[in-house]
Design a protein around this ligand. Structure first.
Ligand code: ADP
Length: 616
């Protein structure tokens, strides 16, 4: 069964590895000098490893045994003094080992450096690629999964490449070398060794796969334990209120015991494997010794050569034993690598078409021509929409939730491209401008503005990279934000908490408005920027927005019809279509959907006003 597992792993590993190598080949190419030098050092190290038992063989065959056999104690040393030869052999042992260590150091350091450089370049590219992938990709993906691909998956590849694949490569080379030398010394004995090793692997692979199974079960159980602990502590209030401690304690105890049992079983199997291997190894050594001694007695092999055989046997054994585990590790790292390649293979839907040029500074004329769009091909969210906006006009989009207003505005930003029809700015299809130059000329304020966990100053300057402190302050003043920023502990240098958590909703919106204002963009998009704010904050934010949008083509989505009744054009959107279009006065006269909604809101406002009055 173990064998089958390995075959299955291997089958997936090789095409996967090829895919990863071909995707990473530009980065590998950049490090080719380092890789070649390290590889040469690795070959040198392998050759020295093969040489290790040879001084001993020489001493045995040419000094000790002849000396032992010869009563006059004059060994066959080709005329050299035996003590000199012994000394040279002793020095050779140290030199071989010393040079081998230096070569090993150089190859490990060189290869690791190459791997780290390649993978950090890959990581940089994956991060950048992720930023450019379309919203449709990000909305379908789980952010935790993407984070794991950038961090843990690349780290797994690095660890396995340095700690597993590299030693494996060294071992494979030295085993091939050993085999060649053994065949040269005595092919019969070499074939015997070659036949024994697969037998050994067959006998142990079953145990190894059982150990792996238990180790995996143990890891899963540890995960369950961590999840139970996390959930319990996360919901400690409700746990205490409902007195669930006893029940959760029992659940935890059972999981704890299960994890313990699995850990012990995996330790027991490992110990059993060690001992089994020890016995099997003794049997192999005995067989080779027995057969080898026969060869020595028949003068087919010298005693020193038998010594080389036995040393190679011992040296080859440990790497062989680890092979199965290493294949498993490489299979896991390959899976990680494929996850990374998957991200890199994903093409952004919205991208610059060939030959497009950066946009000129916009005047702000926007035109929709029979635009249709759907997130899924099965359902159209925007249906055949056409309208024209003159530069500097204020356009309000109103209508029920889910009617497609935000989607419509996201098309202007090219967060998605329409399925049919086109959107023109200053008379030219927006797909004929580079995406970056288009977006740079549009300012956006959303309902729940996201601020980054950096200083207030940087948050505002993100609207225009490279903005000066003066520009930041000017934008903040325009957004009615300067006064409250100055009252923050470190003023503009105050670092905001995660998602701007350390300031109020209204203040967050005003920083977002400053970030939008600093761009001085000719087109402004406001997607319900005052929803969820109290009356006072709404008033301050609205006055900031009025300054932001002055003289610029503005699209505003609002549920509060009173706030947009002065717009140059109101689009009433429902079910992905524009049902009514005109000024407030025109739409009221029309007496349709807008007029009904406006009347309903006025009634609610009056009632709310009454309530406030009563409360006051
Ligand atoms: P509105 O702004 O008028 O409230 P939206 O444009 O947000 O409407 O949504 C229009 C429709 O599109 C809704 O049915 C909504 O569920 C759907 N929708 C919005 N965003 C996505 C998305 N990223 N993927 C799939 N469907 C979406």
């Amino acid at each position: 069964m173990g064998q089958r597992v390995k075959e299955k792993e291997l089958k997936g590993v090789i095409p996967g590895l090829l895919r990863i190598f071909s995707k990473f080949s530009p980065y590998i190419h950049q490090q080719k000098v380092l890789i070649i030098c390290s590889f040469l050092a690795l070959l040198f190290e392998t050759s020295l490893r093969l040489l290790e038992p040879w001084p001993l063989k020489y001493v045995f065959d040419h000094i000790l045994i002849p000396a032992h056999n010869n009563s006059a104690n004059i060994p066959n040393t080709h005329g050299f003094h035996p003590v000199l030869l012994l000394t040279l052999s002793a020095v050779a042992i140290v030199v071989i080992s010393g040079l081998g260590s230096i070569a090993a150091y150089l190859s490990t350091y060189g290869m690791s450096l190459a791997v780290v450089r390649i993978l950090s370049e890959v990581r940089r590219n994956v991060f950048n690629h992720l930023q450019h992938l379309s919203l449709s990709f990000h909305q379908k993906s789980k952010s935790g999964d993407l984070i794991t691909r950038v961090t843990a998956d690349i780290e797994k590849m690095r660890t396995v490449a340095v700690k597993t694949a590299l030693p494996l490569l060294t071992n494979i080379f030295s085993m091939l070398g050993m085999l060649a030398i053994m065949l040269w010394l005595n092919w019969e004995l070499a074939l015997l060794v070659m036949a024994i090793f697969p037998l050994l692997m067959l006998l142990t692979s079953n145990m190894i796969s059982r150990i792996r199974k238990f180790a995996k079960k143990h890891r899963d159980s540890e995960g369950v334990l961590a999840a139970t602990t996390g959930e319990t502590i996360g919901a400690i209030k409700i746990v205490q209120v409902l007195s669930l401690q006893e029940m959760l304690h029992n659940v935890f105890s059972a999981q704890n015991q299960k994890s313990l049992d699995e850990a012990i079983e995996s330790i027991r199997l490992s110990a059993a494997l060690e001992r089994t291997v020890q016995i099997l190894m003794a049997i192999i050594v005995a067989v080779v010794l027995w057969r080898g001694s026969h060869a020595v007695l028949h003068k087919e092999l010298t005693p020193g050569e038998l010594l080389v055989f036995m040393t190679y046997l011992k040296n080859a054994f440990e790497p062989m034993r680890r092979l199965s585990n290493q294949v498993g590790q490489i299979a896991k790292a390959t899976a990680s690598g494929e996850r990374v390649v998957e991200v890199l293979d994903y093409e952004p839907n919205v991208k610059d078409l060939p030959g497009v040029k950066p946009a000129h500074p916009f005047f702000g004329a926007v035109r929709f021509e029979n635009v249709a769009f759907g997130y899924d091909s099965s359902e159209e969210i925007i249906k055949d929409i056409s309208f024209i906006v003159q530069p500097g006009q204020q356009v309000a989009l109103v209508g029920p939730s889910g009617s497609g207003k935000s989607t419509l505005l996201s098309l202007i930003l090219r967060l998605y491209d329409p399925e049919s029809g086109r959107i023109l700015i200053d008379g030219q299809d927006i797909r004929e401008y580079t995406v970056q130059s288009l977006r740079q000329q549009i300012s956006v304020v959303l309902q729940d503005s996201v601020l980054f966990a950096v200083s207030v100053k940087e948050n505002i300057a993100y609207g225009k990279l490279g903005a000066t402190d003066k520009e930041v302050e000017k934008a903040a003043r325009l957004a009615n934000a300067h006064e409250f920023i100055m009252k923050l502990p470190q003023g503009y240098d105050t670092i905001l908490g995660d998602r701007g958590g350390t300031i109020s909703g209204g203040q967050r919106q005003r920083i977002a408005i400053a970030r939008a204002a600093i761009r001085q963009a000719p087109i402004v998009i406001l997607d319900e920027p005052t929803t969820g704010l109290d009356k006072k904050s709404e008033y301050i934010v609205n006055s900031a927005l009025a300054k932001l949008t002055q003289g610029r083509t503005t699209f505003v989505i609002s549920h509060n019809l009173k706030a947009v009744e002065n717009a140059d054009m109101i689009l009433y959107v429902e079910g992905g279509r524009i049902l009514e279009q005109g000024t407030h006065r025109e739409l009221i006269c029309l007496g349709g959907h807008y007029a009904t909604l406006y009347r309903m809101q006025s009634v609610v406002d009056i009632e709310a006003g009454d309530i406030y009055a009563v409360e006051a």
